[in-house]
Design a protein around this ligand. Structure first.
Ligand code: GLY
Ligand code: MN
Length: 492
């Protein structure tokens, strides 16, 4: 009996400690597995939703992503265009999808490149017709060589009957759209203007609400990222250079079969933490400084996005903690507003208020009700995540279950921030007043970023297992730094 009670107490103790802060990196749980039927049902549902939004007597034409040039005859690793992937999960180049809606009847056709032993010798296997059918669930697969003839006749006949949906740049200023949708824009130029419609609006709305299937994939990307962050923190105290920490992090991404990172990893020590998208990782790692890691894996086209800022030697200084606590409180305040029906802007306003007041208390702004806080917090609160790290969808819509976004307030005391203020009496006065606090907090940069899901009742923190409170981060680092081997091989 005594043994049972003792073991119960020990189990309870272990659990309560674990609930506060894990002691070693949490191993990524197994990847989600879907049966062919589950995948095909999911994709068929998405295509049906797209078709339901199309006008009658219209056709949607979708092209694969074009290869992206790295240098000379070397391309970047191929990544399928998101909306085509969303409807087919086919990852090959030169595949096209056509959805036609005529008198309410919908037909779907995939144009698939033929198998080609010579091409495959160099570049790997292409899908067979059966494989493409099995993956996408689309029965009508035709040879891609007929696609250009199809486009020509479609353009010729467009005036007579159908409207044609294409993914098009939103405007002249839409540089990303122009880069991504060149083929579509070129084809659109061959069609009378009045007959083209932009399909991206349909996808933007649908992709904003993630299905349970998508959330499983996204959660896996988040889980891999969490393990990566933990390994990086556990080893950072023994690293000499930022790139060594980045290697520990990205080792986990690869080890856990992530597609890649969702965006280039940001691993910045000391002053580098004040550069929002610092990507070089070429500076020394110094005890006593903070390290900001904003990095996440992409899994099956879904990207996480997580940031933490931790002390290299495992203990926040008083000044670092002052800044960290404001950012933490801002994140908490933002999260408290999240529920169906509230707005993204409500969360932003809640975080702003905490930051304004916090900076005022520290002497870094002279008026909490002014825009001065923007000198130290110059980005938005967050963004949708999904198949793009900054995913598609309108921010004006009320929050609804299935939306997933980041909450990522930050404060960055950049060493040159005051040098770039306009030379006005007001700015000079601001500068003089905040100078003592500026000198105290100079070169500290803190961002905390989590991925959250809107649920029917409020919010779920998908990145919750990664410690966020200062005490939990310190506790984790103390033990994990002893438990995790450091992989660097030092030159002798
Ligand atoms: N994670 C980088 C960004 O959100 O801009
Ligand atoms: Mn982000």
């Amino acid at each position: 009996m005594k043994t049972i009670i003792l073991s119960l107490i020990l189990t309870a103790l272990a659990f309560s400690t674990f609930a506060q802060a894990p002691k070693v990196p949490i191993a990524t749980p197994p990847a989600p597995v879907f049966t062919d039927t589950e995948r095909q049902t999911e994709l068929a549902k998405r295509r049906a939703q797209v078709a339901a939004h199309m006008q009658d007597n219209s056709v949607l034409v979708m092209f694969s992503a074009e290869p992206k040039l790295y240098t000379a005859d070397v391309d970047y690793v191929f990544r399928q265009e998101n909306d085509l992937f969303y409807l087919t999960e086919l990852k090959e180049q030169n595949i096209s999808l056509v959805i036609e809606k005529k008198n309410g009847k919908v037909t779907e056709t995939v144009y698939l490149p033929k198998r080609d032993p010579r091409f495959e010798t160099w570049n790997g296997k292409r899908y067979s017709i059966d494989e493409a059918k099995r993956i996408s669930g689309i029965g009508n697969i035709v040879d891609a060589t007929s696609f250009s003839g199809y486009l020509t006749s479609l353009a010729k006949n467009a005036a007579a009957n159908q409207s044609i949906y294409l993914q098009l740049p939103y405007a002249e200023q839409d540089a990303e759209g122009k880069r991504e949708y060149r083929q579509e824009a070129a084809f659109a130029a061959t069609i009378p203007n009045a007959k083209t419609l932009n399909a991206r609006r349909i996808f933007d709305d649908l992709r904003l609400i993630k299905s349970p299937y998508e959330i499983k994939l996204l959660q896996h990307a988040i889980d891999i990222s969490i393990e990566g962050h933990m390994r990086a923190w556990a080893t950072a105290g023994r690293a000499s250079w930022e790139y060594e920490v980045q290697a520990e992090l990205e080792y986990v991404f690869k080890r856990r079969n992530a597609d890649y990172w969702g965006y280039p990893s940001i691993v910045g020590c000391g002053p580098n933490a004040t550069t929002l998208h610092y990507e070089e990782s070429q500076s020394p790692v110094k005890a006593g400084e903070l390290m900001l890691i904003d990095a996440a894996a992409e899994y099956s086209h879904y990207s996480a996005d997580i940031t933490r800022t931790f002390p290299i030697n495992g203990k926040y200084t008083k000044e670092q903690a002052d800044i960290y606590q404001i950012v933490y409180d801002a994140q908490e305040a933002a999260a408290k507003t999240v529920k169906p029906g509230s707005k993204f802007s409500d969360a932003s306003a809640a975080a702003d208020k905490v930051i304004r007041e916090g900076l005022f208390k520290l002497g870094l702004v002279t008026d909490p009700n002014s825009q001065e806080y923007r000198v130290w917090y110059m980005h938005g609160l967050g963004h949708w995540i999904g198949m793009n790290v900054h995913d598609v969808g309108s921010y004006a819509k009320p929050l609804a279950p299935g939306m997933v976004f980041t909450i990522e307030p930050g404060i960055y005391i950049r060493a040159d921030a005051l040098d770039y203020l306009p030379d006005t009496p007001k700015a000079r006065e601001f500068k003089a007043k905040v100078m003592p606090a500026f000198e105290k907090y100079k070169n500290i940069g803190v961002r905390i970023e989590d991925d959250v899901l809107v649920t029917p009742t409020g919010i779920e923190w998908l990145s919750k297992p990664l410690p966020r409170k200062m005490k939990d981060i310190e506790d984790f680092m103390k033990i994990a730094s002893k438990n995790v081997p450091f992989g660097a091989i030092r030159p002798s």
